[in-house]
Structure formats: C-alpha cells, structure tokens
Design a protein around this ligand. Structure first.
Ligand SMILES: [Zn+2]
Length: 294
C-alpha cells in the first residue's frame, strides 16, 4: 500500500511537470500516458487518454464520478474517452488512472488534475411559428430527450468505428451547448448538437462505421437516426426528410443514411448532428477534431 502511494505521488509529480499536452512522459513502469488535451478542458468537450506500453494488459480510469474503460486499440496501445458533460460545474477535478502491466494483480495508480473550464456557450432566442407552439410543451420535451438519452446509454465493447468525418460539408451554423430561449421564455433548453446548413434532400453520411440502433420519428428531433460506433460513441442525425437505414444495419463511413429535411421542431431545413460519448452529449465538432489513432 505504501509502495503504491509512493508510486502514485511520484507519477503525479511527473504529470504535473509534463510540459506539453501531446508530449509523452517517460515511465519506469513500462508504459507511457498521453492526455490530449491535458490539464484543462471546456465543458461539453472530450479528452483522449492513451496508455502505450507493450506489457499493458488492462487500463481503466475514473473521472467525474464514473468509471471509464480504456480499450485496446492494438497490442500495447489503450485508449479511453473522457467526456465532460456541458452541465459539469467549472472547477478542479482528478483523473485517476489504473494500469495493469503483465497481468499483475495490482495496478499501477496515477492521477492528474484536470480543470474544467466554462464552455463559452452562446445564447439564442428562437421564435417558433404558431403551428409549432405545441412542441414547447415541457412534458413532450422531457419524453423526447429521455428517449434519445436512453438510446445513447450504451457501451458496445466491440470497436466499430474507423476514422471520422462530418455528415455533410460546411461549417456549423449553430454550435453545441447553446442556451435556447423559445418564444420569450415559454421553454428554455440546451442545444445537444451542431447544426449544418442543408437544403431538403441533401445526402447525410455516416460519420464512421457503426451499427444503426435507432430510426424513429420524434416530435422534437423529427426523423432521427442513431448509429452506435462502439466503445461508448454514438452519433445522431435529426430532422431528416427520409431515413434510408433500418435498426441493426451495419454501415460504413460515408454511407448515405438519410436525406436532410425539416421534420420535428425546426424553423427551416437543416441537419442537426449530435455525438454522445459515454452517455454525455459532447461538442461533435471538437470530437471530430480529436487525433484518434486509427
Ligand atoms: Zn440543432
């Protein structure tokens, strides 16, 4: 126990002295830990933790009160996703990491301080037309979002994803996490995805390989598709005019899974695109920018 504590303190000090997010620190334990971004992360964003070492046989972390399994990308390389919920309070947190080497019974423990910063979210006032006011009913909203969250709450142990791409071209026109105020405060909510300009009928592509787990019309999301990419990563595509896949179907990156449209609670045609990681909606654009080893 004492030895474990000494190792933890020594490794903690090494991590504190780590000069650059993407730089590896040498380890006497036979593995290296890389955290990107390191030290600070904004609300609603995802960090990538990598443990690299030939003898590593298992790795897991705890962060923000939950267990995060690391997965073996290839022999000797383990990765995990640290998703910060957009509602996580700003402040200092600890990442605890447990790494088993050569099937030893006791893991090597190390930790690192991570500061969660304000997400810099925008505020939007939205005026829905008279015909859509029924979609501001709080109960209807709660049921809609609960259904989507339940579908997102899965961690498929199998890795299905390859590399990631955007579902349609172009920059987002509305960002993740924004506070939305509908019809002068009739309803307030958060934006769980990123919106892209897309005229009705624009092909919407799967962002990576995965399995379709949800295809349904929802009052808010409209025609909605969810793809499970494995390892706790799921992508969602909303307001589609047409759904072109069925639940259980395996899709490849770039496959057209539907056509954009204006179904559900919208002011006009666009694609609402969202990503959930370990059951947290995260900034999809930031997630796509992560340097995930392929
Ligand atoms: Zn949206």
């Amino acid at each position: 126990m004492k030895r474990l504590l000494v190792v933890a303190l020594a490794l903690g000090l090494m991590l504190m002295l780590m000069p650059h997010p993407s730089q590896a620190q040498p380890s006497q334990q036979g593995f290296t830990v890389l955290l990107d971004p390191s030290g600070e992360i904004q609300q609603g964003r995802t960090a990538l933790v990598r443990v690299v070492g030939g003898g590593v046989t298992q790795a897991r972390a705890t962060f923000l009160g939950r267990l995060v399994e690391l997965h073996e990308m290839r022999p000797g390389e383990w990765i995990g996703f640290l998703a910060v919920n957009m509602d996580t309070s700003v402040g200092a947190y600890t990442l605890d990491l447990f790494v088993w080497v050569n099937n030893e019974a006791t893991p090597t423990y190390m930790n690192q301080n991570i500061t969660v910063l304000y997400g810099g979210f925008e505020t939007q006032d939205i005026e829905l037309s008279f015909g859509l006011e029924g979609l501001l009913d709080p109960q209807l909203n709660a049921t809609n979002f609960d259904t989507i969250e339940r579908a997102n709450n899965r961690t498929t142990p199998e890795r299905l994803f390859t590399t990631f791409q955007q579902p349609v071209a172009g920059p987002p026109i509305s960002n993740f996490g924004g506070w939305r105020n509908y019809n002068n405060g009739t309803l307030t909510g958060r934006h769980t995805g990123s919106d892209f300009r897309a005229v009705t009928g624009t092909p919407v592509e799967a962002i990576s390989d995965g399995r379709v787990v949800f295809t349904r019309y929802m009052p808010i999301h409209g025609n909605h598709v969810i793809i499970d990419h494995g390892w706790g990563i799921l992508s969602g595509y909303s307001h589609l005019s047409e759904i072109l896949v069925v639940p259980g179907q395996l899709v490849h990156k770039g496959d057209v899974i539907g056509l954009s449209g204006a179904t559900g609670r919208v002011q006009g045609p666009h694609l609402h695109f969202e990503i959930a990681v370990n059951d947290n909606w995260v900034d999809a654009i930031q997630f796509l920018s992560l340097n995930i080893p392929s």
